[in-house]
Design a protein around this ligand. Structure first.
Ligand code: KIV
Length: 279
């Protein structure tokens, strides 16, 4: 890993060289800076921010303004990684014109380098329009969380012949429409392998097994910060919620016992000033 910016070409080069692409979600400046400096290739400002940052039950209430607000913060903290902004629910379903305007705002105001949209055939005209506007697009197939009410919950997709064939067909359509990568979420590993082998653009898996060209995780899951539930496909690399709880307990205890703040955390004042204000 050098300092060279990770771009659309880097995604395609990585696939051609069989090098895995790393992606994590980020929603704020400080975390983006840490993840970027740690060397992650791409930072997804996912609409999962609705759940992990804002406490919504799902991603449906997230707005374009929310996305721009968080994209801006992430972009400010990022030097090397590619920043991808999710297009939220209904921001690309109404008309081509609105779709281009919303994608354009995420790039122009949010400073993202690319956008991600959920769906295949149904939104293919929107994908083409965004690509024609010179905005790089990542597709998202399988368990697309914005369709949670259609799926009847967050469920693995692509287990039946019909579903699996639709995901394959949609992946090919997205590639033909100009998408430069596709996120495959919660699909069987063998289906993700077939798709990854068929496509010339990289697949980025989340709950889709090891044959994808890259992997993405929600950072709050990977770091053990989101405690509402942990999907089966998540590996927790750190348990930050335990660390935060321990640190908070210690802070409360030390301020009650007056161990904190100590001398080194306080500021002095000249004795003369003190005398003057006392008199
Ligand atoms: O919103 C998000 O974080 C995502 C990932 C789960 C891929 O779309």
């Amino acid at each position: 890993m050098g300092n060279k910016k990770f771009t659309v070409s880097s995604f395609l080069n990585a696939k051609s060289k069989n090098e895995k692409i790393s992606m994590l979600t980020a929603y704020d400046y400080s975390t983006a800076k840490i993840l970027d400096e740690a060397g992650v290739d791409s930072l997804l400002v996912g609409d999962s921010l609705g759940m992990v940052m804002l406490g919504y039950e799902n991603t449906l209430q997230v707005t374009v303004d929310d996305m721009i607000h968080h994209c801006k913060a992430v972009a400010r903290g990022t030097k090397r990684a590619m920043v991808i902004g999710d297009m939220p629910f209904l921001s690309y379903h109404i008309s081509i014109e609105e779709t281009i305007r919303n994608a354009g705002r995420i790039i122009q105001e949010g400073n993202a380098h690319a956008v991600k949209l959920e769906g295949g055939k149904e939104i293919i005209d929107k994908v083409k329009a965004i690509v024609n506007a010179q905005i790089p697009v990542i597709g998202h197939l399988g368990l697309t969380p914005q369709s949670v009410n259609m799926f009847g919950g967050f469920k693995v997709q692509g287990k039946t012949t019909e579903q699996a064939q639709k995901i394959i067909d949609d992946a090919i359509l997205l590639q033909e429409a100009g998408a430069f990568a596709i996120v495959l979420e919660c699909v069987p590993e063998k289906l993700a392998k077939i798709i990854s082998e068929k496509l010339t653009i990289p697949t980025i898996g989340i709950g889709a097994g090891k044959h994808c060209d890259g992997q993405v995780l929600v950072t709050h899951d990977m770091l053990g910060m989101y405690t509402d539930f942990t999907p089966k496909f998540v590996k927790k690399y750190v348990n930050l919620s335990d660390e935060i709880t321990k640190g908070t307990h210690k802070y409360i205890e030390e301020l009650k016992t007056e161990e904190f703040p100590a001398k080194e955390h306080t500021f002095g004042i000249d004795e003369e000033v003190l005398k003057a204000i006392k008199s």
